[in-house]
Structure formats: structure tokens, C-alpha cells
Design a protein around this ligand. Structure first.
Ligand code: NAD
Ligand code: ZN
Ligand code: ZN
Length: 389
């Protein structure tokens, strides 16, 4: 079959690889009808996330048709149409039973490595480094789905791929980012990053009833999409984030701050950004913390920082004293996708949410390698890429 494979920094190829087969009795094989490139894939493309191996199949946002099921899988049938969450959940461990699916204790087949690096393992993820199991991803014609009797969401007839594909990652990610803020009607929610995750965070915060939602980015078409979703926008190239947020909150700062940027934050010329770039280049620091520092500084005392943006390793010079003395709450994590999917699928069916608005590019899987670059460089107005195998 054909698949997009990682061969090193900025080197993604459309390769021919062996077809997946059933390995465990609860597995299923999915014929992929649609998949997408996520901001998290860019961290692999840019070489910032450790643990990739030459030839690894990428992709963790995908859906399709069940073409084969293992003998113990009593839930899926051949022919079912499913969206597959990017977090692999066993459904039985203590964390899964509590709904903490992204920290499933059993689905990471490289648990020993993760135990050493993080102290405790987290869930296995599709197409996302050896540290989270080294599972082949879904930017491919076919995928093997482990524990396929737990997480895949069966899609009722009448909904298009465009409407439901993002149930597997970025829609629940934006939703969880907002839910973690426990938004109250008087809250200002400031959201850094108007990429796909930021866009869904914006719309979720609006739906959850925030008084004002402020989106921060420097890409005009992303800011325009944020305004269409109900946000006030702030271009950090043109104005001071600190000053404008103060102005919009009568000097008090936003109660809730969401980091939908993660470890590759840009900052034009600020001292901390130069410091981060230098340390990252020397491999003394893996992640650029500019957005985290800014959020700690501007957040209203007793406020909440919600962090869906991905970080991979260590960061430097985090003003922890400000965070501690201001009494800030930090909430973060890979998304517990299945915690939110029933509710979000219902909202899509009811017409309350239509996630397809975020798609700007729909092309064949073969064009994947060039689309990584287009998405990363924000060329051609690119906000979200959907790929068709
Ligand atoms: P993206 O790269 O398209 O979006 C990031 C946006 O941040 C870009 O529009 C960029 O211009 C903007 N940005 C950069 N520096 C900024 C700054 N200093 N201030 C404000 N904005 C800035 O990616 P995406 O798909 O939207 O993903 C965003 C983040 O969410 C990534 O880190 C990704 O890994 C993460 N993510 C996490 C989960 C999860 O489960 N927690 C799931 C999906 C994605
Ligand atoms: Zn993702
Ligand atoms: Zn589990």
C-alpha cells in the first residue's frame, strides 16, 4: 500500500510499504477514506519531537471503512464507517475506566521507555514517535487499529467525511481546551494560536458562553477565520499582546488563557525568543516557551492556563514565581478524545457544529509531502489539509 513516511527533518515521502495485518484479536484494519495533517505532525516534520525512526508511517487523524476485524472484536463489523481517535485506549485499565484515555496504562507497547522518560507511561498514539508506541499512522491507504473494540467512533449515515473527520483529534482538542477553563459568563478567554486547534478552541469557548474571546496570531487569514467564529483578534506583529489584552480587560487581564501554539512558538525579536532559539539550536532546550511565559504574565490572578499545545521535553526560564504568587491553575494534556466524542457527534448531527469550515485544502495522499510544507509555511492560505488516499 501507499503511505506517508518520515525519513528525517523536512523529509516526508510517499512510499510503498507492506499492508497492515491483524496482529491481536481485538484489532481491526481500516481502509482510510480521509486523513489530515495536524499541527502535531509539524513538530515531527520540523524535527523537534524526539523518538522518530526512519520509515515510520505518519498520521493520527483518519477515518474510513472497517475491512477486517480480529476474532475477539465484538463491537465493529466489516463495512462500518469509523473515525479513529488518535489516542489508543485499552478501555480496561484504571485510567481508561476514569475517562483519562490519553494516559491509558496499557496501550503503549513501548511502556518501559515512556516510564523512564516521563516517570509513567502515557497512551499509545498513532504515527507519533517510538515513545508512544511506534504505531504506524493513518496517512496511508490502510491502518491497523489496536484495541479497536474501544475507541473508534461509528458514524451514522448521512454525515460527510468533512463533517466528522476532526472528531478524532482537533475538534475534541479545542473543546477540551475550553472545557478545562470552566468558563463562566463573565470570563474573557484569550487564545494564542489561530491554527485549527485554536479555531476549535475559539468556537468552543463561544459556545460555552464566554463574555469575550480574544484570538492571537499573526496570520491574517487565520485571524479572519477567528473573527468569523466570534473572536476579537490581535495580530502580535502589529500590536503588543500585553497592552491590548490589558485594554480589553480594564487592566485586569483575561481570566482564562489557552495555549494552542505549543513548542514552536514564534516571537519577533524579543529577548526570550532569541534565548530559546539559541538554546534549541544547541540542543540545551527542546521547546520554545514564549507563549507560556506571556500567558503567565498576562493572566488575571487566580486564573487558569489551559494548554492543548504540545510540548516534548524541557523548557527554560519559566516565570514560576509569577505563576505561583498569582495563584494560577495549569491544566493540560493530550486530549482524552473519547470523553467528548458522543456529545460532539450529537452536536454535529444537530447542526450546532460543522467542523468542515476549517478545511482549506483537499488533495490526494500522494500530494502529502508538498502539503506538509504548504501547511507549515502557511502558504496559499493553508489552514487545514485533508488528504484522500
Ligand atoms: P498550527 O501550527 O497550524 O497552529 C499554530 C498557530 O500558532 C499558527 O497559526 C501560528 O501562526 C501561531 N503562533 C505561533 N507563535 C505564536 C505566538 N507567539 N502567539 C500566538 N500565536 C502564535 O497547529 P494546530 O494544528 O492548530 O495545533 C496547535 C498546537 O496544538 C500544536 O502544538 C499541536 O501539536 C497541538 N495539538 C495538541 C493536541 C492535544 O491532544 N493536546 C491535539 C492536536 C494538536
Ligand atoms: Zn493531532
Ligand atoms: Zn487503558
Amino acid at each position: 500500500m501507499k503511505a506517508l513516511c518520515w525519513h528525517g527533518k523536512k523529509d516526508i515521502r510517499y512510499d510503498t510499504v507492506p499492508d497492515p495485518v491483524i496482529e491481536e484479536p481485538r484489532d481491526a484494519i481500516i481502509k482510510v477514506s480521509s486523513c489530515a495533517i495536524c499541527g502535531s505532525d509539524l513538530h515531527l516534520y520540523d524535527g523537534f519531537m524526539p523518538g522518530m525512526k526512519q520509515g515510520d508511517i505518519l498520521g493520527h487523524e483518519f477515518m474510513g471503512e472497517v475491512v477486517e476485524v480480529g476474532p475477539y472484536n465484538n463491537r465493529l463489523k466489516v463495512g462500518d464507517r469509523v473515525v479513529v481517535p488518535f489516542t489508543i485506549a485499552c478501555g480496561e485499565c484504571e485510567q481508561c475506566r476514569r475517562g483519562n484515555f490519553s494516559v491509558c496504562e496499557r496501550s503503549n507497547r513501548h511502556k518501559d521507555v515512556a516510564d523512564r522518560v516521563f516517570g509513567h507511561t502515557t497512551a499509545g498514539l498513532f504515527g507519533y514517535t517510538q515513545l508512544t508506541g511506534g504505531y504506524p499512522g493513518g496517512q496511508a491507504e490502510y491502518v491497523r487499529v489496536p484495541f479497536a473494540d474501544v475507541a473508534p467512533v461509528v458514524i451514522p449515515a448521512g454525515l460527510s467525511d468533512e463533517q466528522v473527520l476532526f472528531l478524532g483529534d482537533i475538534l475534541p482538542t479545542g473543546w477540551q481546551a475550553a472545557a478545562q477553563c470552566q468558563i463562566e459568563p463573565s470570563d474573557t478567554v484569550a487564545i494564542w494560536g489561530a491554527g485549527p486547534v485554536g479555531q476549535f478552541s475559539i468556537r468552543s469557548a463561544v459556545l460555552m458562553g464566554a463574555e469575550q474571546v480574544i484570538a492571537i496570531d499573526n496570520v491574517p487569514e487565520r485571524l479572519a477565520m477567528a473573527r468569523a467564529g466570534g473572536a476579537i483578534t490581535l495580530n502580535f506583529d502589529d500590536e503588543s499582546v500585553v497592552e491590548r489584552l490589558a485594554e480589553l480587560t480594564r487592566g485586569k487581564g483575561p481570566e482564562k488563557c489557552i495555549d494552542a501554539v505549543g513548542m514552536e512558538a514564534h516571537a519577533s525579536g524579543t529577548l526570550d525568543a532569541l534565548y530559546d532559539r539559541a538554546k534549541q539550536a544547541l540542543m540545551l532546550e527542546t521547546d520554545r516557551a514564549h507563549v507560556l511565559r506571556e500567558m503567565i504574565y498576562v493572566c488575571r490572578p487566580a486564573g487558569t492556563l489551559s494548554i492543548p499545545g504540545v510540548y516534548g521535553g524541557v523548557i527554560d526560564k519559566l516565570p514560576f514565581g509569577a505563576a505561583m504568587n498569582k495563584g494560577l491553575t495549569f491544566r493540560m494534556g493530550q486530549t482524552h478524545v473519547n470523553r467528548w466524542t458522543d456529545d460532539l457527534l450529537q452536536r454535529i448531527q444537530d447542526g450546532q457544529i460543522d467542523p468542515s469550515f476549517v478545511i482549506t485544502h483537499q488533495v490526494s495522499l500522494e500530494q502529502g509531502p508538498e502539503m506538509y510544507k504548504t501547511f507549515r509555511d502557511k502558504q496559499d492560505g493553508c489552514i487545514k489539509v485533508m488528504l484522500k488516499p
